[in-house]
Structure formats: structure tokens, C-alpha cells
Write a protein that binds this ligand. Sequence first.
Ligand SMILES: [Zn+2]
Length: 133
Amino acid sequence: MTSETPNLAKKSPYSIRMVNGEPFFFIPVTHKSDQAPPAYDPKVDYTELCQDMTVRNAQATQQLQALILEFKNLTNKLERLQAHSMTEVEIQKRKRHRRAAGEIDRHFCCEQCGKAYGSEGSLNQHVKLKHSG
Ligand SMILES: [Zn+2]
């Protein structure tokens, strides 16, 4: 039995990088073919080490999946916010392009004073304000 387990989780050598808008899990190649693999150490319990690595791998995979999901949710949120702000820009543009008084076709005339309005709502507002009470 080994008394000390190597700290495998000290610093993750893995990284997530964006490839065509999708998060990709990169595992850097650390083993060089001209280097001999570590020699067999009779003090190391390789079965325990293997089990430990399997558990760590499963945990890391779960964490990665959670991170990828969070990343996708944040990306969706960002896209929605960007789309919303584009709509705001469109609204501002429309406001600026409001028709001038002379451009409006006035088909709604006041029966009491003959003033013309571009919409029924405008005429009703006028009647309410000027001719009621
Ligand atoms: Zn009127």
C-alpha cells in the first residue's frame, strides 16, 4: 500500500478553446516518444492509482459538461441581449424617422371645427380636449 497519492489535480493541463463557435476540450500531449515511461515502483499501488484516476476523470468530465452547458447558456443569453439591443436601435431609428406634420395624410376631420387628423385616435383626443365639458 502506498502512503502518498500523487496530487493529480494540482493544476489542470487541459483547456477549453473555441472552434467554430463550439467549445472544444483540449488535452495537451505531454509524453515525448524519446522519453522512457516512468519505471515500475513496487511501493506504488497501481490498482488504487488507476481507480483514483478513473474517479478523477469521471469528476472532471462531469465538471466539464457542466461548464460547457453554462458556456452555452451564457452564449445564448448574450445573443438574446445583443438581439434585444438591436431592436432598441431599430426603435430609436423609427422614432427619428417619424413623419413630419406635412407628410401625414389627414382623413379624420373634426365635425365641430373642421380640424383634420391623421388617425381616429388623434381626432378623438382633440374632440375630448377641445370640445367636451
Ligand atoms: Zn374640433
